[in-house]
Write a protein that binds this ligand. Structure first.
Ligand code: NAP
Length: 289
């Protein structure tokens, strides 16, 4: 580090297990940039002070993670239209003394489908499990890429309805359906689905061994099953789908691609596939240690 080093970092409440420092330090190293990426673990009540403090200190950029993605929007001078529609930011860029908020989760979700699965979303029918912050990024990406029908299943129907209301006017060509988690509804929508996406935490280390799908659900082996959870590598949903013959994707690629997009916003450089692949392999090894 020297007086010209640009600081970027991560704002969140619990950062002990965050992979963002590892990802960004690898990007920085790969391009030999005079940047440093630091985790800033703060209490909720200090969010405003932390953001304005970062602005005053000349911090070049920040990632924002749970539980600040929505709240942080209120402290920006400018918000990117995609982030505005999604209702959350995960990246802040400081330009000319002003703070700009962006959302790169939707991009992070889309890239592995394009690059790894070689799948275009146009005319694909999707089922989304969950209606929280991550689901909003997913639904934005799906609608933006031309999915004609998106069926949302959520524990609380009100939250799903709120998401539908939010996206209906922005994407009038996309039919958004909302359901509560009932086996009968789920089977009906899953029968013709091309892409099934889990955005609930069921199956993560926090809810180990849980599958968001009820037992006995039948899914065509042609569908892609995408679980946003990145730890463990194979959630019960993905293990089940693999046995069923589906192509599967976990949340690790999404995590790295959303970071790549943030890095691009801060540096103007979009990370090479070579470094992205290297980081993914490091993350997998780390998990197996
Ligand atoms: P969130 O805003 O809290 O939303 C959680 C969603 O899951 C809500 O729809 C909630 O339903 C549902 N849910 C929570 N507990 C449930 C339970 N016990 N049974 C049924 N449904 C339940 O969280 P989020 O930010 O969207 O994150 C969701 C998941 O995505 C997390 O596992 C997170 O790690 C993952 N994620 C991954 C990436 C990545 O880069 N791979 C990025 C972002 C998020 P209600 O509305 O009924 O509460």
């Amino acid at each position: 580090m020297n007086p010209m080093t640009l600081t970027i970092g991560l704002l969140g409440e619990h950062l002990e297990n965050s992979l963002s420092p590892l990802i960004h330090r690898n990007f920085i190293c790969y391009y030999s940039l005079n940047y440093c990426y630091l985790p800033f673990q703060i209490k909720t009540e200090n969010l405003e002070k932390a953001i304005f403090g970062a602005k005053a200190l000349g911090i070049h950029g920040l990632n924002v993670t749970i539980p600040f993605k929505e709240k942080a929007m209120g402290f920006m001078d400018n918000i990117d239209p995609a982030a505005e529609t999604i209702g959350a930011i995960n990246t802040i860029v400081r330009k000319n003394e002003k703070l700009y908020g962006y959302n790169t989760d939707w991009n992070g979700f889309r890239e592995p489908l394009k690059k790894k699965m070689k799948t275009k979303l146009i005319n694909k029918r999707a089922v989304v499990l969950g209606a929280g912050g991550a689901a909003r990024s997913v639904i934005f990406a799906l609608a933006e890429e031309g999915c004609p029908v998106i069926s949302i299943f959520n524990r609380s129907k009100d939250r799903a309805l709120e998401v539908k209301r939010n996206f209906k006017n922005i994407f009038p060509q996309c039919e958004i359906r909302t359901f509560s988690f009932q086996r009968k509804n789920l089977q009906g929508e899953i029968d013709n689905v091309d892409l099934l996406i889990n955005t609930t935490p069921l199956g993560s280390w926090y809810y180990p061994g849980q599958n968001p799908l009820p037992e006995g659900i039948k899914l065509s082996s042609k569908a892609i099953v995408y679980d946003l959870i990145y730890c463990p590598d194979r959630t019960p949903l993905l293990s089940w789908a693999e046995i069923n013959g589906n192509r599967i994707l976990n949340g690790k690629e999404m995590l790295v691609y959303q970071a790549a997009e943030s890095f691009h916003l801060w540096t103007g450089l979009y990370p090479d596939q070579e470094i992205i692949t290297k980081i993914l392999s490091k993350i997998r090894k780390k998990e197996n240690l």
